[in-house]
Design a protein around this ligand. Structure first.
Ligand SMILES: Cc1cc2nc3c(=O)[nH]c(=O)nc-3n(C[C@H](O)[C@H](O)[C@H](O)COP(=O)(O)OP(=O)(O)OC[C@H]3O[C@@H](n4cnc5c(N)ncnc54)[C@H](O)[C@@H]3O)c2cc1C
Length: 660
């Protein structure tokens, strides 16, 4: 029977580590008072399913806030072949998940809380947030969602690996453990085609958690792990009895799936990318995130994100472990042999300076790291190869057959226009904006021509207004396509990039631009003004934005804009349009419609031929002179662009909502 619909102030979808940490912080800040709270988790969370450890100073907030459940704190750490290190003033602290869940339950006894052992299936937001579970549905003002993100297996991306482990809580027959010293990584175990090590947390002289951990694309093989663990324990500590088994998997992912996020649906924990990819540690990040959320629940949603530098290091290490898994053991061994553990922990906390980082990397297998940098660069930049290929052709032709250099490039552009340039704009009926059934029918044609006509009327009334509007909507469109390609979210940033692209192109070619402006009867730019300065500023701003967003493709496109200074205006724009913009748009359509290149090309062919005929008719009207023809073609392009741009904007908006 369906339960009655209820509205809660706060809903926790999942009652794991991140929810518990957050609830405790909200309690501390008195944010749970008079709130109706609902907790949904299919599991009772009454067993000790995880062990959480983190390093911190005993006076740090994170330790003080969890004081009563920190069951062990080690000040000495053994790591690989290096000597035992005293990490003072830091300590390596231990919390059992059971302790955390129980502490949180105790806190919740002070409030109006409903626990339901239900699986959340869907969370959506309209006027309120709606939550569908296996058995019921609920409404809430604010939801903290910690359901594990859905991850496709097997992993195809080179940027992602798993940390998987099998651990035994053991009681040893002999009291041989040093209870003041934990072992973070002992690589003296079988590597099994990945990076594997043993982790030992001694609770007393004869009790410990001993885990075999694997960093790799494939998860740990249980049979292999059991054998390796038993051998290790027997060899190092003698006979033992297994009291409890701990198994787990942590995604060490650079490309975590994006989850639904808004002011009222706030992802937390692993779902909110709190796991540091290169280590699998998340507890400290979840704590910092909880602190910021509890200050203004539903407002401050982000912990301080990792800087680009540390994200890049994470990416490098994950890439190496994914592609050359055998390098893991030698890299870690050399790292622990050459740097103090206190330094390494500072580095993992992302508190080292760039100078210190360079010093550290110089002691490691620098060749492997440089190779990884190169491969990552090629992987990021490979989509831009198409953009630079015409430039290379132009350069080579200049060297061998200079008289044909321009001609051969225009021929290449014409082929590109025919293959993707025009076809990418001939799929507008399929986006559904002007055609409900996504087919070309009379209504589609009328609406499409209607929008074109509106644009044309503006040209008749005021060419200046028409031109400025054309540049603005084109900048929006090019930017929108590029941010989709670069997997960015802000359409405003896309628009800014589109404007920068036009300003760089125009201000580096003012005399050519003036020829077009004259033909269009638009006021020309005074040639004496310092346009080149604006060109440089556009480039600098574009480089800075590319750096801010850590985007190699954006950086390369800006390099292309810089090089375009040496090309004719029309040629530079045509290369960008055909070999970057149209190809990107084509790929987005092809992936979204799940069609092959050939089938899309066939759909576009009638328009392609139509456009060619129209082009010939318009352009071969030689009686009216070159300027007249150029202006007509320009106006025609601007008119036909408007419905296409509206159509593609609608398409990208739909893509975005499908993605979240
Ligand atoms: C075994 C293990 C040991 C770890 N040790 C450490 C460590 O020592 N230090 C460290 O910093 N990090 C550690 N981590 C990493 C990280 O801290 C933990 O994974 C942590 O539990 C992440 O918190 P979370 O809230 O995102 O996920 P969880 O704690 O897993 O909580 C998610 C909750 O969502 C519930 N749930 C699942 N599906 C649904 C659904 N559809 N609807 C409602 N609820 C659902 C689950 O039952 C669970 O209770 C460890 C991870 C594992 C797996």
């Amino acid at each position: 029977m369906k339960k009655q619909l209820k509205i809660y102030d706060l809903v926790f979808s999942g009652f794991g580590a991140s929810s518990c940490i957050l609830i405790n912080q909200l309690h501390k800040k008195n944010e749970l008072h008079k709130k109706r709270i609902l907790i949904l988790d299919p599991s009772e969370k009454k067993t000790n399913d995880k062990t959480f450890c983190f390093w911190a100073n005993p006076n740090d907030d994170i330790v003080v806030d969890h004081q009563e459940i920190v069951t062990h704190s080690w000040s000495k750490v053994w790591i690989d072949e290096a000597l035992t290190s005293n990490i003072a003033p830091l300590k390596y602290h231990h919390i059992s998940s059971e302790g955390l869940y129980n502490k949180t339950r105790k806190v919740l006894k002070n409030y109006d809380v409903t626990f339901c052992n239900e699986t959340v299936e869907k969370i959506e937001e309209d006027e309120v947030v709606r939550i569908w579970t296996s058995e019921s549905n609920y409404m809430a003002h604010l939801v903290f969602d910690s359901r594990p993100p859905k991850i496709k297996t097997p992993l195809s991306e080179k940027q992602n690996i798993w940390q998987s482990f099998l651990g035994y809580k053991v009681k040893l027959n002999n009291s041989v453990l040093d209870e003041d010293t934990c072992t973070l990584m002992d690589f003296n175990v079988v590597q099994d085609g990945a990076t594997q090590f043993v982790y030992v947390l001694p609770y007393s002289t004869n009790e410990a958690l001993i885990e075999l951990t694997r960093f790799g694309k494939e998860k740990i093989d249980v049979e292999m792990a059991e054998n390796a663990l038993k051998n290790y324990i027997n060899q190092h500590y003698g006979a033992f009895e297994v009291k409890q088994v701990e198994r787990g998997m942590i995604p060490m992912f650079l490309d975590m799936p994006r989850s639904n996020q808004s002011k009222r649906i706030v992802p937390i924990g692993t779902r909110a990318h709190m796991v540091k990819p290169s280590t699998g540690y998340a507890f400290k990040n979840m704590y910092e995130h909880a602190k910021s959320l509890s200050t203004q629940p539903g407002k401050s949603k982000q912990r301080k994100p990792s800087s680009l530098r540390f994200k890049f290091y994470d990416r490098l290490l994950i890439y190496i472990l994914a592609v050359w898994p055998k390098m893991g053991k030698p890299i870690f061994s050399r790292l622990f042999g050459s740097k103090s553990l206190s330094f390494i922990l500072k580095f993992l906390d992302e508190n080292t300076s760039m100078k210190e980082d360079i010093g550290m990397f110089s002691k490691l297998q620098i060749g492997t790291f440089l190779k990884a940098v190169l491969y990552l660069f090629i992987e990021k930049a490979k989509n831009q190869i198409l953009l630079f290929a015409p430039l290379m052709l132009y350069g080579i032709m200049h060297l061998i057959l200079p008289d044909y250099a321009e001609l051969s490039l225009y021929a290449l552009i014409a082929i590109g226009l025919f293959l993707v340039g025009i076809p990418h704009g001939a799929m507008d009926h399929k986006t559904g904006l002007f055609s409900d059934n996504k087919k070309i029918n009379l209504s589609f044609i009328f609406k499409y021509l209607g929008v074109m006509l509106m644009a044309y009327l503006v040209w008749l009334i005021s060419p200046t207004v028409a031109l400025v509007t054309f540049i603005l909507y084109s900048a929006w469109h090019f930017g929108e396509t590029d941010i989709q390609e670069w997997k960015m979210n802000s359409r405003l940033i896309g628009f800014l990039w589109g404007l920068l692209m036009f300003s760089a192109l125009f201000f580096s070619h003012v005399s050519e631009l003036n020829v077009i402006l004259k033909a269009l009867h638009v006021q020309q730019l005074p040639p004496e003004l310092p346009w080149l300065g604006l060109f440089f500023w556009s480039l600098i701003l574009s480089f800075l934005l590319a750096r801010l967003h850590g985007s190699i493709p954006w950086f390369l496109l800006t390099c292309f804009l810089a090089l375009s200074y040496w090309l004719p205006l029309v040629m530079a724009f045509a290369i960008y349009f055909v070999f970057h913009h149209s190809w990107s748009g084509w790929k987005h359509l092809r992936t979204s419609f799940k069609e092959s290149n050939w089938s899309l090309f066939k759909t576009a062919l009638p328009f392609n031929l139509g456009a060619l005929i129209l082009f010939v008719v318009l352009f071969l009207n030689i009686g009216m002179g070159w300027d007249y023809n150029m202006a007509q073609i320009f106006i025609f392009i601007s008119c036909i662009s408007l419905p296409h741009i509206l159509s593609m904007s609608y398409f990208y908006k739909k893509l975005k909502t499908k993605r979240v």
